[in-house]
Design a binder for this molecule. Structure first.
Ligand SMILES: O=C([O-])CC(=O)C(=O)O
Ligand SMILES: [Mg+2]
Length: 219
């Protein structure tokens, strides 16, 4: 069954979205979080996916929705306890992703010691680009990712700033959660996260390899 499916449409597969938080020191600092010693992980459900042409919806319970532009890694070959040295063999390609975050709700969850599900896992909380084949990004540890809101540059970082590298993340995550073909790993956001409002236009890219646009709407 799965061999008949095409991983270039991974968002249709209903697989896991595993997110890494605080993987850029400049972003951890802007939110006054400590620099992590081990990756911070959380999940989004496949119902979080939204593709270009459909809007990002602000949840009714939030009045401070933030963008977080992130490089996504699409798993092409599953595995458990994958060694760092062979981790890149498990990558099919990449996608540009937004980890949309209800920051007001996340702040409340943090102060109460509650999980981030309401802040991070709502419908349309994971806008994704088209699939980018692995060959198009020979060095995923050194690419520029950027995001503009209504033509104003808000985020402009390089994956070379990641605290934990992609091979390290694949190895670390797969010790805990078995990776499957079609899974997506969001690798964390650089600094510059900020609020978006209804009718805003988001434009984001990976260098000049790819760009994508999304509009924001109220639910
Ligand atoms: O909500 C946060 O700040 C954690 C996170 O997702 C990130 O660093 O990308
Ligand atoms: Mg994030």
């Amino acid at each position: 069954m799965s061999s008949a499916r095409n991983v270039t449409r991974f968002w249709e597969w209903g697989r896991k979205i595993i997110c890494v938080g605080r993987n850029y020191a400049d972003h951890a600092k802007e939110l006054k979080n400590a620099i992590p010693k081990e990756p911070v992980l959380f999940l989004k459900p496949p119902s979080a996916y939204v593709k270009e042409g459909s809007p990002i919806l602000v949840p009714q319970y939030s009045s401070n929705l933030h963008h977080e532009v992130e490089l996504g890694v699409v798993i092409g070959k599953g595995g458990k306890a994958i060694p760092r040295t062979s981790a890149m063999d498990h990558v099919a390609g990449y996608a540009l992703c937004l980890d949309m975050t209800a920051r007001d709700i996340q702040d409340e969850c943090k102060s109460k010691g509650l999980p981030w599900t309401l802040a991070k896992a709502f419908d349309t909380s994971c806008p994704v680009s088209e699939f980018v084949p692995k060959e198009k990004i020979p060095d995923p540890g050194n690419v520029r990712i950027w995001l503009k809101v209504n033509d104003q540059l808000r985020q402009d970082g390089s994956t070379s700033q990641m605290i934990f590298s992609i091979p390290y993340l694949i190895s670390y995550i797969s010790e805990i959660i078995t990776l499957e073909e079609g899974d997506l790993i969001l690798t964390g956001t650089p600094k510059g996260v900020s609020s978006v409002q209804e009718h805003d236009e988001l434009l984001a890219g990976i260098e000049d390899i790819l760009c994508m646009t999304f509009r924001v709407d109220r639910q």
